[in-house]
Design a protein around this ligand. Structure first.
Ligand code: DHB
Ligand code: MG
Length: 236
């Protein structure tokens, strides 16, 4: 019984908060029926993100990579009803499943799903991400409180740069899958896998920044999937 997967199941059982987890089994079934990969965030990470959002009294969230909307549901549920959550999904089929899940789960605030290639949408000079939210309303500190990045691993560094533009000072960017079985830390001279190139660019950038504009951490995890983890970047 001494396994990471068994322990993950134990923790999920013990820590599940019904406000967040109610209906998620059916949501995962919708994803399974649509043939989607079983790579949604585990309950433990979903609720960790919720703890983070609650503790910073977040109202505005950006997610890159919706998949079936399970992470989106955790993120939204941690926001006040008047909050805002924008989520970006490249696959129209996945976005449809996510939409069905948000309706079935009664996700509140209801997420706005943007369907398309994340970088194209984020960089569209006339698009929804032209400027940080709140700029128009003239709030003192425009921008998302938190961005959760969980999309194309090859593009993580480009996502980071867009998130640094869209997240407010004092906001947070969380990257899922930031460890990749330790393949991020290949020694010099060994070929870097494509899913690690962007992460390494991110870690190189943070090293060079030397604490001037960000404060960051990365935590390795084991669990129901494999050895991976998340990175968390605070915008100073
Ligand atoms: C993969 C993607 C994910 O977002 C994840 O959490 C786990 C695995 C993947 O593409 O392999
Ligand atoms: Mg992921």
């Amino acid at each position: 019984w001494l396994t990471a997967a068994g322990t993950e199941a134990y923790l999920s059982r013990k820590l599940a908060n019904p406000e967040y987890t109610k209906g998620l089994d059916a949501a995962q079934e919708r994803a399974d029926e649509a043939g989607m990969p079983r790579i949604a965030v585990p309950e433990t990470l979903g609720q960790m993100l919720a703890v983070l959002l609650k503790s910073m009294r977040a109202e505005r969230v950006l997610e890159i990579g919706t998949l079936a909307g399970i992470s989106t549901h955790y993120l939204a549920t941690a926001l006040p009803a008047h909050g805002q959550i924008d989520t970006i999904e490249a696959s129209p089929e996945h976005a449809k499943v996510a939409q069905a899940n948000f309706l079935a789960l009664d996700t509140c605030p209801f997420p706005t799903t943007h369907v398309g290639q994340a970088l194209k949408l984020l960089r569209d000079p006339n698009g929804a991400f032209k400027e940080p939210p709140g700029t128009v309303e003239g709030l003192p500190e425009p921008g998302y409180d938190l961005a959760f990045v969980d999309a194309n691993k090859d593009e993580y560094f480009q996502y980071f740069k867009e998130c640094m533009r869209l997240v407010r000072k004092g906001g947070v960017i969380v990257f899922d899958n930031a460890i990749r079985n330790g393949r991020i830390a290949v020694p010099d001279g060994i070929k870097v896998d494509s899913d690690c190139v962007g992460l390494r660019e991110l870690y190189d950038w943070i090293e060079k920044d030397a604490g001037k504009t960000v404060l960051a951490s990365a935590i390795q995890t084991v669990g129901d999937k494999s050895w991976d983890g998340f990175a968390i970047v605070y915008k100073l």
